[in-house]
Design a protein around this ligand. Structure first.
Ligand code: ASP
Length: 325
């Protein structure tokens, strides 16, 4: 949709000159360092407000359509919580099988329908590029909440906010991504975003789950050093951020391949003895065995705090695209 909406139906009270007013959020490629500082500044304010007053009326009268064609716990509920903490309301469509999608309705038509009722649409869909297709059909802002193995930009923004809050810096970090780097969309977005901060990237994965060439080429074009490994041993000691991912069972064509790699890495207190004391372990969650619960009480385990940071970042994004930040 255009940056400046021309719809006569938009409610009063938005600042149409606000930098992100009316914009879609489809990819991390849309964000510069200055944009990120802005997002994180707003997220900080949101955190302060939630701590002080819990819920407030910044988006009173606004409606979010939460359209999920794939399972979700955190993304869906944090967008709902974000909208409701800002005083807005939500149309939840988590079970597309109960909507007209099951009658064969196309994505563009479903989007055109929902934008008659909502001011912003959050979309998760199994196909790469689906968010861009939706945005083309829509007059209202579309927020990509995961498009297949493509991107998960709001996750990467909250991941970066987590790193910044936890380590107090973003520049020059050594970030080790572990697990399913082929199908894990969160690492595709995060690797791209980290190019803005001169990170050193280590990729640790089974041979069949390596980071896609296309992502590596984009990252290399930005002058970032990337190194691939089969095991964590060589890089754990130098790692500032260990970003663990789940093997994405649902994306495998052959379940036998999944069985071969599913237990490839397990982070537990013993493994973590080799890591620095000042570093963090992150995970977009859900975890299915790749981080032992025995590690949860370690101060370096940031994955539960990471979820909370997600609320503030998503509040910031909703306020931004609706012209209230
Ligand atoms: N929740 C994340 C995603 O939707 C990570 C995962 O499912 O493994 O991509």
């Amino acid at each position: 949709m255009p940056t400046q909406s021309t719809s006569p139906h938009l409610p009063f009270g938005e600042n149409k000159n606000a930098p992100w007013y009316g914009m879609d959020i489809l990819s991390v490629k849309q964000f510069s360092r200055t944009d990120l500082e802005y997002v994180f500044g707003v997220a900080h304010e949101m955190r302060g407000m939630v701590e002080r007053v819990g819920t407030f009326d910044l988006l009173k009268g606004k409606i979010l359509a939460n359209l999920f064609y794939e399972p979700s716990t955190r993304t869906s509920s944090s967008f709902t919580a974000a909208m409701e903490r800002l005083g807005g309301s939500v149309i939840p469509i988590n079970e597309v099988k109960y909507s007209s999608v099951s009658k064969g309705e196309s994505l563009p038509d479903t989007i055109r329908t929902l934008e008659c009722y909502a001011d912003v649409i959050v979309l998760r869909h199994p196909e790469t590029g689906s968010a861009a297709i939706a945005a083309k059909a829509a007059r209202k802002p579309i927020i990509n909440a995961g498009d297949g193995v493509g991107e998960h930009p709001t996750q990467a923004l909250l991941d970066l906010f987590t790193i910044s809050e936890e380590l107090g810096r973003l520049d020059g970090l050594t970030v080790t991504m572990l697990g399913d780097l082929k199908y894990g969309r969160t690492v595709h977005s995060l690797a791209r975003l980290l190019t803005l901060f001169g990170a050193r990237l280590n990729y640790v994965s089974p041979e069949i789950l390596r980071m896609p060439k296309e992502v590596m080429e984009e990252v290399a074009d930005k002058g970032i050093v990337q190194t691939e490994f089969g095991s964590l041993e060589k890089v754990l000691a130098e790692t500032d951020v260990l970003y663990v991912t789940r093997v994405q069972k649902e994306r495998f064509e052959d379940v036998a391949d999944y069985e071969k790699v599913k237990g490839a890495y397990v982070i537990d207190p013993d493994v973590m003895k080799a890591a620095k004391s000042e570093m963090i372990v992150m995970h977009p969650l859900p975890r299915v065995g790749e981080i032992s619960p025995d590690f949860d009480d370690d101060p370096r385990a940031a994955y539960f705090r990471q979820m909370e940071y997600g609320l503030y970042v998503r509040m910031a994004l909703l306020a931004m695209v609706l012209g209230k930040a």
